[in-house]
Design a protein around this ligand. Structure first.
Ligand SMILES: Nc1ncnc2c1ncn2[C@@H]1O[C@H](COP(=O)(O)OP(=O)(O)O)[C@@H](O)[C@H]1O
Ligand SMILES: [Mg+2]
Length: 502
């Protein structure tokens, strides 16, 4: 690189308690770069960029902007320096309109001057440029997650950021929205801005980046021009060794007699709506379910799990009606594994310890199971086998991070053979290695003859591993068929309600 770096992180160290989130990190960012900052969960990516943004202060090291070392760096100073950051958690006020949220970003403009014509015209022009379809008068609380992200991006543009940091921006988007984000990044580059794009998806990297920097355990472990590195090299740098991350798709089911039958299901409930739903699943079959969240997934999962009674229709597993059981006791049947979404609220008792949470499905037998060492031993074994960190069985479940909670629930649900697995976003928040472990356990159940109902937003994984795919929209089956009849674009169109997409 011939030009001088515009932004430079020098010997950065940052600790949180025992954790070295960043150790001796050096990173120079040059004009006109789109850097993909790649790494597994906990690698230190967000911390590094929050230091550059001034959200945290480094324990040691220096941040240099256009040759000037920064003193007392802060987000306010970032505003002046032209550093903008899209956080994983958005900073929008739900009760205000899109326009009001955009104007709020200008701390120099007191509210009584909001009507200043020029500012308003400027922010509206930014919004128009990125997303002409969003009405600036709409309330933020009525926007989808993807639309909210666009408002955040418009804010960053309105503030005229020269360095745009995006923290895992594609984690929450539909395929069409992902395309729009890629265009946004290309536009930033064309406008002479620098972009740092945090992600752990290789597709993002290939679509956008001119340079790839990989972090692992708080350090930078690789730095390449995009065209000079292979996906395998990137994966190895991310995980530290060649772990053979690819799981094979298991053979399609041999017995085509249905094991699970869902007949004329109708649900209208607080958790969602299902209209006239019919489908069947064979033993050993993996049925992947795609859809924008909130299109009936939750209601379907709960009815299948026997904890929500449908208004009409039936779910039959191995000849037994699950919802007839549900009328009597609201309890997941013993031959069903249920991995619900948001494990903290739906799958564990936060105040109870890990050992007890692992036994929740055997509640009736609990007093016996709780007796002494054997149960504790078993808990320790399961925690270690599923790499739950920390693995102390006495710790309360509420103390675990999201990814580790997910592993805890999977340890409980998939450690014994079952006939039906309902897995809702089972790899959400997990990194590559943990994701592989979950898929192996999930598909091992199918190989033993269980039906797998797998809700996911990871379309590439659905296409890679499912035998059939069902797309939900508005509580109805928009399409169901063999995986070979789908691709990302088609699923994306179906998810957004285009009925006869082909
Ligand atoms: N505010 C914080 N308090 C305590 N620990 C933190 C905090 N932020 C991050 N960490 C820890 O620092 C490490 C790096 O985290 P992070 O930068 O968020 O990683 P990434 O963005 O690559 O997933 C992790 O072990 C994380 O648990
Ligand atoms: Mg992060």
């Amino acid at each position: 690189m011939s030009a001088a770096p515009r932004f430079s992180l020098q010997n950065i160290n940052k600790r949180f308690g025992e954790v070295n989130a960043n150790s001796n990190v050096n990173l120079d960012i040059y004009p006109n770069e789109v850097i993909a900052l790649l790494g597994e969960n906990g690698a230190g990516k967000s911390t590094l960029m929050k230091l550059l943004y001034g959200f945290y202060t480094p324990d040691a090291g220096e941040i240099v902007v256009e040759g000037e070392p920064l003193v007392a760096h802060s987000p306010k100073q970032s505003l002046r320096l032209g550093i903008g950051m899209l956080f994983q958690q958005f900073n929008l006020v739900p009760a205000l309109s899109v326009l009001e949220n955009l104007l709020l970003a200008f701390p120099a403009a007191p509210w009584w001057q909001w009507r200043r014509r020029r500012l308003t015209t400027d922010v509206l022009a930014c919004l128009q440029r990125i997303a002409p379809d969003i009405d600036p008068q709409r309330l933020v609380r009525d926007l989808s997650v993807g639309e909210q992200q666009v408002v955040e991006l418009a804010k960053i543009m309105a503030l005229n950021a020269q360095l745009v940091i995006l923290d895992e921006p594609t984690a929450v988007l539909t395929p069409q929205e992902v395309e729009r984000l890629y265009q946004f990044v290309a536009q930033c580059r064309a406008d002479g801005k620098v972009v740092v794009f945090i992600t752990h998806k290789l597709a993002d990297v290939r679509a956008c980046a001119t340079r790839i920097v990989v972090m692992r355990q708080g350090r930078i472990v690789g730095d390449w021009r995009t065209e000079t590195v292979t996906d395998n090299e990137l994966i190895q740098a991310m995980v530290g060794k060649d772990t053979g991350l690819i799981v094979n798709r298991i053979a399609p089911p041999k017995h085509l007699l249905p094991k699970l039958m869902v007949k004329r299901l109708n649900v209208s409930s607080r958790v969602g709506t299902i209209t006239a739903m019919d489908f069947e699943v064979s033993p050993g079959e993996v049925l992947g379910i795609a859809g924008v969240m909130g299109n009936g997934q939750r209601a379907l999962a709960m009815v299948l799990a026997g904890i929500l009674v449908p208004d009409s229709g039936e779910v039959i597993l191995d000849g037994v009606s699950i919802n007839a059981l549900a009328h009597e006791t609201i309890k997941v049947p013993d031959n069903v594994a249920y991995i619900p979404e948001s494990p903290l609220t739906n799958a564990v008792v936060a105040q109870l310890d890990l050992a007890t949470n692992l036994q929740l499905r055997a509640l009736d037998a609990l007093p016996f199971l709780q007796w002494g060492m054997p149960a504790l031993h078993e808990a320790q074994h399961k925690l270690a086998a599923h790499d739950v960190r920390p693995s102390d069985p006495h710790l309360s479940a509420g103390a675990l991070s999201g990814g580790n909670l997910q592993k805890l629930v999977i340890a409980r649900e998939l450690s014994r053979p079952v006939q039906l697995v309902i897995a809702c976003y089972p790899t959400m928040g997990l990194d590559l290695i943990a994701t592989r472990n979950v898929y192996e356990r999930l598909f091992a159940q199918a190989e033993q003859g269980a039906c797998i109902i797998w809700f996911s937003e990871e379309l590439d994984d659905l296409l890679r591993y499912a035998h059939r795919i069902m797309v939900l929209h508005g509580g109805r089956v928009q399409s169901i068929g063999p995986v070979a009849s789908f691709d990302r674009q088609r699923i994306g169109r179906l998810m957004t309600g285009h009925a006869q997409a082909c």
